[in-house]
Design a protein. Sequence first.
Length: 129
Amino acid sequence: MLPPTSAAPYAPPLGTGVGAMPSVRSKLAPRFSGNIKLPIEEFLDEYEEWVDKCGLSSRQKVEMVIRYMDRSQRHVWQNLPGYFNRDWDTFHNELCAEYVSPTPEGQFSRQKLVDFASKYALEVHGGRN
């Protein structure tokens, strides 16, 4: 029998890159549920702490973020120009604009959906009708 040790429990090194990010099932993972009571800025701040510690590129930040969000919102995020271009700063700003002061009544209003579809259809299809 080995004598007890006072060493701290094993903690894997944080490392860098996509592999160093927490699993989506981890209690440490940032999460965005789409709940209107939780500001998206809080999620983005927590997510940016992780990606900065892990040294992810702008492209990797965009590609990884959708793993930490509710699946019901993914199609909206994946249709933003910043997502297509894999530009984190643009994508971050677009997310903040899309989720500004949402209300239960307006979160999925018909007009908001029409405006969203019209705005990004022009950008995605190069202005073609």
